[in-house]
Design a binder for this molecule. Sequence first.
Ligand code: DCP
Ligand code: MG
Length: 672
Amino acid sequence: MSSPPHMQSFRDLSPAGAPGMKRSRFTYRHIQQLAASSTSCPLRVIAHLDLDCFYAQVEMVRLGIPDDKPVAVQQWQGLIAVNYPARSFGIGRHCNVSEAKKLCPDLIHQHVATWREGDAKWDYHPDAAANMATHKVSLDPYRLESRKILAIIKEELPPHLQKVEKASIDEVFMDLSAQVHTILLERFPELANPPPYDDPTEMLPMPSITALDWQADALVDLPDENAELEDPDWDDVAILIGSEIVRKVRIAIKDKLGYTCSAGVACNKLLSKLGSAYRKPNQQTVLRNRSIQHFLSDFKFTKMRNLGGKLGEQISQMFHTDTVKDLLSASVEQLKSKLGDDTGVWVYNTVRGIDTSEVNPRVQIKSMLSAKSFRPSITSFEQAVRWLRIFAADIFSRLVEEGVLENKRRPKTINLHHRHGTQTRSRQGPIPQGRKLDEESLLELARNLLSQIVSEGQVWPCSNLSLSVGGFEDGVTGNMGIGAFLLKGEEAQASKTGSGTATVDSETEIRPAEKRRRLDNGGIERFFAKRELSHGANPGLGSDDTAISGQSGQRLGTLKEEVMSGEPAGSEGVGKGDEVYNGKSESEPGPIITLTCSRCNASLDSPEELQSHQDWHFAKELQEQERVSQTFVNQPSASSSRAGNQKSTSTMPKRQGRPKKVERGQSKLKFG
Ligand code: DCP
Ligand code: MG
């Protein structure tokens, strides 16, 4: 690609530049870092893309509803997505259907698809809203569209240079640095020259352009008009190129699927996300480095990522302010002493717009969960099995998308949670590996787990059932590493007992350090995860179904009997994060529960977190075993050798404060 006419190159400049000539703030090394998508590169270009009123758009496209009609997506009596024409009537997620109809009698309100009790497939049922007791929400239509959007984004970006992270069902981060680098070098071949004196710390010459064409982008203002007159530097040029790429991606999504989205382009994830929300719908906002401070100073920090919940509240109380401007005067030492070292430094950086977190393209799902809270409670085994059939079908349809039919990936464990009054019981078991996995076999496994729970005695009425599969493993390929020939822990035991089926998730065993690194982030995530619940205004979300696909390392199949205790888990809801990527979905309302690990008395906030925490113990034990005997097939330890299904019973008394703090690395990123 040649330089556009308005961007003349500086080919004729001497490498070191004429004496007194203005130099760029950036160096040759920064250009190299850009190529490597280095998180510390000041020229970095990160984009965040968020679909506008996502579920509403999916329904509008599906039903052929014109763009200007007011539309909302209904879940029972509540609204979970509202399009922009409807928002102009004052309708929002806080409204229920009748309030919304009062504000706009012409509102089209479409109920989400549901599984009807006993059915083998979800559908759009006209009577769903009135039948909450016998229907379960299906978010499959949105999940499917979400996948198509992701596929288009990936098609639009050069395969070898793309770094795309799906952040929730309708959000994506893109690290455009490497692609921007390639385009920069095409337009300004001089940038590929070796630095003067071969010194990469030499400053670059300024770009030989005086104005950039931002087209239709919403540009965040600079602090004053004079700043706007300053010549653009390489970070401005880089971000402009990023913005061109994003515009093309957005057009492709609109052309191919009919959806509009908004985007933010900036130098990191934090700012690009703030940018995409800045002007909606169907716009993209560019946040140049020079405008960051000005942009942030008007912000309430409680609107920033991860500061919307408890942590933000805590800081507001401590510092008697909720504005970024005021918090800028707090020193890093002050923040560290009040919030702890990690969180203090993180907050200090965040209010300055500093964020070096990586765009993480890993999108593989680690576990899938399908659940329902019953109002009224269900009272018989047969009734429960009818729901298990739906859960099995729901999970299986997602497994098919994950490539289970082609043997690309396959879960190894299945887990059933059952709630009766304040008691939660759960059973885990292995999924036999040699056999066909389908809805029927999943149902059979789930039914067995339920039978075991029922055999315990008083288990009816049941107010919640939740089925999950986990321990995903990639299908066996022709190229097996040495690891494939070594049996470990439970596998070894299973092979000895002849079942050959009991397995454990190898990822946690082999890479505990990596897992712990991921989990450490939970420190901050934990503060905000339950934000939506505290709003509590949406009756539609009050008593609901859950369909979660997590990838934050949840592993089932823990080998020990555990006792969980905590307070009753109010209700589950479906949020935008029905799929959880990197544990960072922000808005899924979830129950606030406290569970206690019987091994170390740590308190955890959800069954999934408890499960993951227990897995941490398990991984540690395994690590210990492997340390003792690295060469031989390990005998499972006494604590971890129970073959067959695993049992856990939780009694959930009233909340009793936090008995013991979770050790660093023990908690995982949450599903909420
Ligand atoms: N969602 C939900 N419950 C919530 C929040 C969101 O079910 N409490 C679902 C419906 C949304 C989708 O997730 O359409 C995406 O959530 P967003 O927060 O991105 O909201 P929208 O896409 O609807 O609107 P916006 O245009 O503000 O992004
Ligand atoms: Mg959205």
